[in-house]
Design a protein around this ligand. Structure first.
Ligand SMILES: NC(=O)c1ccc[n+]([C@@H]2O[C@H](COP(=O)([O-])OP(=O)(O)OC[C@H]3O[C@@H](n4cnc5c(N)ncnc54)[C@H](O)[C@@H]3O)[C@@H](O)[C@H]2O)c1
Ligand SMILES: [Zn+2]
Ligand SMILES: [Zn+2]
Length: 352
């Protein structure tokens, strides 16, 4: 089978021909249909950021994917019951494998596990014709979720999990960073009934995408400021909710400066390192700040699928974030598009 692999501790990848993986106990084998690229894959390709140290070559990348179950391992609850698995089911996959032994796991807070293993980061992932994953990581999707939408559930789940941290209905929501996940937050805020949704970025292309999924205003911070837009929209006292999706220090600064007293700030964007924060403002404005990682297992998955099922508009908004589709043999073009900083979501079609 084809597999896009890291072969050495150095920049680059190779599209290899390797044997199909064997399914072990408590695992399922999936025929991959679509896989999405994200910033982590670009770092693993470049072998920069936190990539060295997290992956031991040779290893197949890919943690955002959708496909069909083709084989069930020993010990898996197999069958046709509502929570049983069988070949032919279409699934997205939670990319974090948890230990099951730490206190958080035992208390049911699996997304807070102390020893997560990442599919496509610490073990073979979904940039391949077939992948084997623990049955407990599989999320069976309804027919309404097609392969492309299904491949977006990892980042869409990040967006849902972040928005789960705050009240959005009737609120003024400020999002910093119009990458794919920030744009998905715009769509979710609209779906949740926010009053005003405003998003910032430094890239016009991405702000255009955010506008088309329903942002009331988009702010290119190299050209104008959020307070200009607040005056235009009639937001007098500041935003009720801040969502950080850029990982840039300036993104958090914008939220701290533009949110009202008592606002909740949910931060998913991952900064490259430590940076100064005006804690005096955080304290005197009485903000609640929440760090957000991954997706809640598996409540986020229920919410994400149920929201998608309930709204064609949300499905089409999320789908519109896909700007590039490539065959596996064009993987170099796919990585170039993903690294450009102006694309939306880049998808590899493993059925080609
Ligand atoms: N915590 C988690 O579990 C988790 C999971 C996935 C992604 N992430 C992080 O979440 C963030 C969003 O992911 P993505 O895939 O959409 O990322 P992305 O890198 O594609 O998007 C970030 C966007 O922020 C913009 N930006 C840069 N500086 C800015 C500034 N000062 N103000 C406003 N915008 C600015 C960039 O132009 C870019 O469009 C990234 O930082 C990513 O690393 C975290
Ligand atoms: Zn990712
Ligand atoms: Zn654990």
């Amino acid at each position: 089978m084809r597999a896009l692999r890291k072969m050495a501790q150095a920049p680059g990848l190779e599209l290899c021909d390797i044997p199909e993986p064997a399914v072990g106990p408590s695992e399922v084998k999936i025929k991959v249909q679509r896989a999405g690229l994200c910033g982590t894959d670009v770092h693993l390709f470049n072998w920069d950021g936190g990539a060295p140290g997290s992956l031991t070559p040779p290893q197949t990348l890919g943690h955002e994917f959708f496909g069909e179950i083709v084989e069930i391992g020993e010990g898996v609850a197999a069958g046709f019951g509502c929570d049983e698995l069988h070949p032919g089911q279409h699934v997205s996959v939670e990319g974090h494998i948890v230990c099951g032994r730490c206190r958080n796991c035992r208390a049911g807070r699996k997304q807070m596990c102390l020893r997560t293993v990442g599919i496509g980061v610490n073990r073979d992932g979904g940039f391949a014709d077939y992948v084997v994953v623990p049955a407990s990581n599989v999320w069976v999707q309804p027919d309404l979720i097609d392969p492309e939408l299904g491949a977006l559930f990892d980042p869409f789940g990040n967006a849902v999990h972040t928005c789960q941290q705050v009240e959005m209905t009737g609120q003024d929501v400020l999002i910093t960073g119009a990458g794919p996940i920030g744009i998905m937050c715009v769509a979710i805020a609209r779906h949740a009934g926010a009053r005003h949704v405003v998003i910032t970025d430094v890239q016009e292309e991405r702000l255009d995408m955010a506008r088309s999924v329903g942002a009331d205003a988009v702010v290119n911070i190299t050209r104008r400021t959020v307070p200009d837009v607040m005056a235009e929209l009639g937001i007098r006292e500041g935003f009720d909710v801040g969502i950080e999706m850029s990982g840039a220090p300036g993104g958090l600064t914008t939220l701290i400066d533009c949110c009202t007293h008592g606002a909740t700030l949910a931060l998913l964007g991952l900064p490259k390192g430590a940076f100064p924060v005006d804690w005096g403002k955080v304290i005197t404005r009485m903000f609640t700040i929440k760090g957000v990682y991954g997706r809640q297992m598996f409540d986020t998955w229920y919410l994400a699928t149920f929201m998608m099922e309930s709204s064609e508009k949300l499905r089409e908004s999320v789908r519109s974030i896909i700007t590039h589709r490539f065959a596996p043999e064009q993987w170099e073009d796919a990585f170039e598009a993903a690294a450009s900083g102006t694309a939306g979501k880049v998808i590899i079609d493993w059925e080609k």
